[in-house]
Design a binder for this molecule. Sequence first.
Ligand code: ADP
Ligand code: MG
Length: 561
Amino acid sequence: MTTETLEFQVEARQLLQLMIHSVYSNKDVFLRELVSNASDALDKLRLEKLRDDSLDADVSDLHIEIDVDKDARTLTVRDNGIGMSYDEVGQLIGTIANSGTATFLKELREAQDAADAEGLIGQFGVGFYSGFMVADEVTLVTRRAGESQGTRWTSRGESTYTLEKVDDAPQGTSVTLHLKPADPENQLHDYTSPWTIKQIVKRYSDFITWPIRMVPEKGDSEDAPEPETLNSMKALWARSRDEVSDDEYHELYKHISHDWREPLETIRLQAEGTFEYQALLFVPSHAPHDLFTRDFKRGVQLYVKRVFIMDDCEALLPPYLRFVKGVVDAQDLSLNVSREILQQDRHIRMMQRRLTKKVLSTIKEIKTKDADRYATFWREFGTVLKEGLVTDSENRDAILAVASFATTHAEDEPTTLAQYVERMKDGQDDIYYITGESRQSIENSPHMEAFRDKGIEVLLLTDAVDEVWVDAVGEYEGKKLRSVAKGEIDLDGEKDEKAEGEREKQAEDYAGLLGWMREQLEEDIKEVRLSSRLTVSPACVVSDAHDLTPALENMYRAMGQ
Ligand code: ADP
Ligand code: MG
């Protein structure tokens, strides 16, 4: 058999160096990562077999096995799941495809000190490579279900790894860690101790729906003792609230989201009746880096009667809730259900409506109960939630109820529309806003002068989506949403007839000048008007009430429209 020696991709190498010299104090999590991968591999195999019965694979006893050898100082995590082909091992283990990881590495290079670095490692999952926190050599042997040839991958975490074809590999994957020398100071983290392993599995992987078995130590007795199953395997979403600790929910979140941080909120829903399902959803505490990219994987995991069916099931939540992670387990769907079928299914649409309302009402609850947590939520996900104001008219009010906006009223305290309306002055009929790229640029815009002068509050909207939703929503509680930069704005009210007369006279006086200006600027403008909105600047450019604003023009242009 030939052995190929290959180079790790640059990012992969950086990540490995980081793991080897890890300052991350919680090294136990390597086991969670290996078990998580094994569990995914078992899910994938069960599904593939379900879809294609002719697949030559044994699915009779799908499980995960942990095997420690005190003398050799090795720990092996084994699964009989989908496995990987020779090419897949090179692709999946030798490179890093995840865009979040690239960002992570960049931030890490910029990290000032060890504490910063530790914080970063805690935030980004590093998956398979985390084994190098505790091992100085890792060997992976795998055979893809349905194939006859297996592959052995080995690396010491330096710049290269080796690949080799093997003939006798069992179906699935086994990862063997050659553990670093024991640390006598730290008995609690002795990974050759079955007791330690049991604790870690209980702590991080109890909810895994496949049995995680501990291979019994050899030589204790004549008959091989029964392997012990370490996890309870109970689907957390099917258990009642008081049976499950917050920690357990959070570990499930980390498993499905590949985020190492705690979620901001856990949402449970149990629907009974003709179409029964359970949902366990999570609002993360940080927006992922690729939330606004086209290939962001949106949606939650779909299970049917405890069987994993698909990741990123987009039919279950609307696009503006794409940051929500979690599991939905439906009782009455076919195991063969496809994405296409889901998009059209009436029950799924009802489920989506219900889940959407549940998420929005939970956000509202956070908002009333916990100002800090709400502020975090809105900072991370406000921009994406506002898309719902445009696309989901049914829930528009519910979204507006939890939306807040920067305002001239207070420097660093955003306002809701309801609070704005409460503060409106006598005689003010409309809600005023200004849009632009940054708070600073719009606060100093000439359009703001008269408003500042008269002490009228203006909302400061700086997201591209703001341009769109203000038009889509149009008004709030009978008050029109009006841009201070669009159309004619009469801040003195119509009642003032004397002023009205004066303005007409002024218009006559200046007719000549205005006409001349119009001629000079003909190519670029529609009209020149006298205005009462400026107090300091001599002139400003405004759009027609129905024109696109410059920022929106840019946005559409960038989209190629
Ligand atoms: P992630 O799990 O976030 O994708 P990992 O670094 O943990 O990242 O794993 C990288 C990839 O390697 C996985 O996505 C999977 O395709 C493959 N892989 C890892 N472990 C296994 C396994 N036990 N069985 C099959 N494939 C695996
Ligand atoms: Mg993983």
